[in-house]
Design a protein around this ligand. Structure first.
Ligand code: NAI
Ligand code: MG
Length: 481
């Protein structure tokens, strides 16, 4: 059932779930085996579309994490650091090929568990996740060309903790470069979206990867904290909230552990009056409503040049009315479900604050499904620079709009944020793009596009958006000494 929308109706076209294989219960994947959690505790993962139970997931405690880290350490010393780089590459290729073979199943499970539209998981998340494995497989035996005249060595055991917004893609971003550089892995998916990481464990098992090279442990924050503090973990790779990023920094201070932290964002999407307006409107929609705004680099602050503001906002509102909101498994759906009840309440709290602050408020007039966690695409117009809406990460489909007159003014406003993950610039003039890319304090700047990713291009932030880069050669360097 797709939500009825005022202007546009489509017949539902729901992706079949007949071909997916899910267990009722998932144990921990440690040392090449499925291991019961020592506490015997499991928690439930739900479908955010209808709030139904999907499966029970093991809750790993310190003891389980210790087993996983020790298995990874043993596999590193006895197997993975001893085999040739080209053999390592072959395993990674094999994992990539098996992921491709299971692409449809992975896409459906990702949408069931996370709430993201099937179109995105099918066309973006899963293919990109496969591409990360292919890309890094190719580098495994070419590290001396990647880093000429440097004798690089693996670090050992990498502890990896990922969020719920791109579950399988984040697992791929983390596991593929770690394996290519000769490290072994203990990965913890987010508690609300463990299923595709567990399917990946099945795929890794089928690939014949030696036991202990990749271990998948599920659980809440306490499980992540146990990975971070384990003395045998040489490197932490974390993606998630700035608050937890700070906790991790504190926990590893004074140790030799390396870390890459990909944290929050409040990215500026900047529209000049010479931009192709219709394309820019699509770029704004993609920037903030893509994946329900559950994107660390979401273009959540829109800056429009004053003389085209009226036109851009009018077109934006019109386009928002045609967005289809509803069942993530429906191929027509543009905007799926918010990942969890907790995240929905965070977003609604910000919407209430915005309304109270009194900036102009607009929501697309759609009928939201009665069950499940849904939020209509939302605009706040003429928001003050000091507003909570322009300063804090909302991580939902909520866009705050400001106007500007000059280039210097927009650079100053865009950089006036504790974050610096990404930015977008829309203009006809190449010189304007180059001027802004050198002055915006953001790890990624997109020109006349938004939210585009590629395994070969590095990604990461400035300021409170974290440090270190993932993707490309930079992503390899982060796993070497
Ligand atoms: P979170 O940062 O708590 O969760 C991310 C991962 O860290 C999860 O796997 C979680 O289990 C783990 N974790 C939690 N506490 C930990 C600890 N003390 N030590 C080690 N690992 C720990 O994010 P949460 O609570 O799911 O979302 C809260 C807010 O964070 C969101 O509203 C959003 O603003 C932001 N966020 C940003 C993300 C990004 O990609 N930059 C991703 C997810 C959330
Ligand atoms: Mg948290």
């Amino acid at each position: 059932m797709t939500t009825k929308n005022n202007n546009w109706d489509y017949a539902a076209s729901v992706e079949s779930t007949a071909h997916i294989k899910l267990n009722k219960k998932y144990a921990l994947y440690i040392d090449g085996k499925w291991v019961e959690p020592s506490s015997k505790k499991y928690f439930t993962t739900h479908n955010p579309h209808n709030e139904e139970r999907i499966a029970e997931i093991a809750d790993a405690n310190d003891h389980d994490v210790d087993l996983a880290v020790k298995a990874a350490d043993r596999a590193y010393k006895e197997v993975w650091s001893k085999i040739s780089a080209s053999e390592r590459g072959k395993y990674i290729f094999r994992i990539a090929r098996l992921m491709q073979e299971h692409a449809r199943e992975l896409a459906v499970i990702e949408s069931l568990d996370s709430g993201k539209p099937i179109r995105e998981s099918r066309d973006i998340d899963i293919p990109l996740a496969c591409n990360h494995f292919f890309y890094y497989a190719g580098w495994a035996d070419k590290l001396e060309y990647a880093f000429p005249n440097q004798k690089k060595e693996a670090l050992g055991v990498a502890g990896q903790i990922i969020p719920w917004n791109f579950p399988l893609l984040m697992a791929a971003w983390k596991i593929a470069p770690a394996l290519a550089t000769g490290n072994t892995v203990v990965l913890k998916p987010a508690e609300t979206t463990s299923l595709t990481a567990l399917k990946l464990a099945e795929i890794i098992h089928a690939s014949g990867l030696p036991p202990g090279v990749v271990n998948i442990v599920t659980g809440y924050g306490h499980t992540g904290a146990a990975i971070v503090s384990h003395p045998k973990v040489a490197k932490i790779a974390f993606t998630g909230s700035t608050a937890v990023g700070k906790l991790i920094q504190r926990s590893i201070a004074g140790t030799t552990k390396k870390a890459t932290l990909e944290l929050g964002g409040k990215s500026a999407n900047i529209i000049f009056d010479d931009a192709p307006i219709d394309q820019a409107v699509e770029g704004i929609i993609n920037g903030i409503f893509f994946n329900q705004g559950h994107v660390c680099c979401a273009g959540s602050r829109l800056f429009v040049q004053e003389n085209v503001a009226e036109k851009v906002i009018r077109k934006l509102k019109h386009r928002m009315q045609s967005l289809q909101i509803g069942n993530p498994l429906d191929k027509n759906t543009d905007i799926g479900a918010i990942n969890s009840a907790e995240q929905l309440s965070i977003i609604n709290k910000y919407i209430k604050i915005g309304i109270k602050e009194g900036s102009e408020f607009f929501q697309s007039k759609c009928v939201l499904p009665k069950k499940g966690y849904y939020c209509a695409p939302t605009l706040f117009i003429n928001v003050a620079q000091s507003s909570v809406l322009t300063q804090e990460e909302i991580f939902g489909p909520v866009l705050s709009i400001q106007t500007f007159r000059t280039v210097d003014e927009v650079i100053q406003k865009a950089n006036n944020s504790p974050y610096g993950l990404a930015a977008g610039v829309w203009t006809d003039k190449g010189s304007k793009i180059f001027n802004l890319t050198s002055k915006l304090k953001a790890g990624v700047v997109w020109a006349n596009t938004y939210n585009k990713f590629d395994p070969s291009s590095p990604f990461g932030g400035y300021k409170e958006s974290g440090y270190g880069r993932e993707g490309g050669l930079h992503g390899l360097a982060a796993y070497l000494k």
